[in-house]
Design a protein around this ligand. Structure first.
Ligand SMILES: Nc1nc2c(ncn2[C@@H]2O[C@H](COP(=O)(O)OP(=O)(O)OP(=O)(O)O)[C@@H](O)[C@H]2O)c(=O)[nH]1
Ligand SMILES: [Zn+2]
Length: 307
C-alpha cells in the first residue's frame, strides 16, 4: 500500500492512504540501518510503501521510502546525538513572525531564509498579530514587508484576532504542502486553527510560558486541511540549525548578494572590505538592506569564531 507520512516520532509513523485512512506503521529493520545519522529515517511528508500488519488495528510496516524532492533537517545541538528530519517534499515554507509580542529578530528570519535557500524551498513570510500595531509599527511593517519582497520573499500581514490576511493565506495554501515555522509564541497554532477550524491544535497563552524553552507541540505533524492541501506544523523549534555553509559560500544563500557575485572584482570576494566589491557599492547606494547585510556579517563572524 502507498501512503503519505503525516507524523514521525522516530519510533512509529502515521501514514495516510489516499482514501484518508490512517495507519500506524513501523519501519522494517533493513531500512533503519541505511540512514544512521538521523533520529527519524522516515519524515513527515515522505511518500512510503508499506505492508499491512494487522488490518483490524490499521498497523503496517514501511518497506520503501520514495526519493525526496527536498527536506529540512534540524541539527542536533548535542555532539553525539542524531539530526532530525523535520519534513520532506515541501512546496513552500510559511515563516510566521511577529514585529511585536514577541518580536522576531532579523537574525532569526535571515537564518531561516538561508536554510530554505540551501534546501531550495520558497518562503512566504507571514507577519502575524497586526491587531497589536500602533501607527508607527504599521508603517515600519510596510518597510520590512517591502525589504523582503524585493529579494523574493513575499509576505502577508495578518491577525488571527481581526482576521486580516486570513483569506489571502487560504488562497496561497490551496493544493500545496506548506511547512509552518516560526518562534514559539508567534501564533502558529492559532493561525492554523483559523485556516482549518476542524483541527483544534493546542495553543498556549503567552503568560503560561514559565521559560522560553517550553513549547506545546513536540513533533512535526502534517494535517490535511482541504483536499490536496496539507499543513506541516513544526514543533516549538527555536532555530532551524544552519546547514554547514562555508563562509566563502554564504553569499550564495542571500539572493541580493548572489545576483551580484560576478560583478565583484575578485572572484573570492567576501564582501567585507575588498576593493571593487559590488555588494558594498550597492549597500552604500541603499540598494541592499543594511539589516540583511548585518545578518550576513554576523554569520561570517560566527564561522570565524568557530575555527
Ligand atoms: N494579539 C494577538 N495575539 C495572537 C494572535 N495570534 C495568536 N495570538 C496569541 O499568541 C499566543 C501564542 O499563540 P500560539 O498559537 O500558541 O503560538 P505558537 O506559535 O503555536 O507557539 P508554539 O506552539 O509554542 O510553537 C496565544 O496567546 C495566542 O492567543 C494575533 O493575531 N493577535
Ligand atoms: Zn564583493
Amino acid at each position: 500500500m502507498k501512503g503519505l507520512v503525516m507524523k514521525s516520532t522516530g519510533s512509529w509513523y502515521q501514514v495516510r492512504t489516499e482514501d484518508g485512512t490512517l495507519y500506524r506503521c513501523r519501519l522494517r529493520g533493513k531500512i533503519k540501518l541505511k540512514d544512521l545519522k538521523v533520529s527519524n529515517p522516515v519524515a513527515v511528508g515522505d511518500k512510503v510503501e508499506f505492508d499491512l500488519e494487522d488490518a483490524g488495528e490499521n498497523t503496517g510496516t514501511i518497506h520503501h521510502i520514495a526519493e525526496r524532492e527536498n527536506y529540512i533537517i534540524r541539527k542536533s545541538t548535542h555532539k553525539t546525538a542524531h539530526s532530525h528530519i523535520i519534513a520532506a517534499n515541501i512546496d513552500r515554507a510559511f515563516l510566521v513572525v511577529t514585529l511585536v509580542s514577541p518580536r522576531t529578530s532579523f537574525g532569526f528570519i535571515d537564518r531561516f531564509l538561508i536554510t530554505a535557500e540551501a534546501y531550495d524551498i520558497p518562503v512566504t513570510i507571514i507577519y502575524n498579530k497586526s491587531d497589536l500595531y500602533d501607527a508607527e509599527t504599521a508603517q515600519y511593517q510596510q518597510q520590512v514587508l517591502r525589504m523582503y519582497e524585493q529579494i523574493n520573499y513575499p509576505g502577508v500581514i495578518c491577525s488571527t484576532v481581526s482576521g486580516q490576511g486570513i483569506p489571502e493565506i487560504k488562497d496561497l495554501l490551496a493544493g500545496q504542502k506548506i511547512l509552518f515555522s516560526g518562534h514559539s509564541g508567534v501564533g502558529k497554532s492559532t493561525l492554523i486553527n483559523h485556516l482549518a477550524p476542524g483541527l483544534e491544535l493546542k495553543t498556549t497563552e503567552i503568560s503560561d510560558y514559565s521559560d522560553k524553552g517550553k513549547h506545546t507541540t513536540t513533533y512535526a505533524e502534517m494535517f490535511e486541511i482541504s483536499p490536496e492541501t496539507f499543513i506541516i506544523d513544526t514543533p516549538g523549534i527555536k532555530e532551524l540549525g544552519l546547514v554547514d555553509i562555508e563562509k566563502e559560500e554564504l553569499g550564495y544563500f542571500f539572493p541580493e548578494i548572489r545576483e551580484r557575485l560576478n560583478q565583484c572584482k575578485y572572484y573570492n570576494c567576501l564582501h567585507i572590505n575588498e576593493p571593487g566589491c559590488a555588494v558594498l557599492q550597492d549597500l552604500k547606494a541603499g540598494k541592499i538592506s543594511l539589516t540583511r547585510y548585518e545578518s550576513y556579517r554576523g554569520i561570517i563572524a560566527e564561522t570565524d569564531n568557530r575555527r
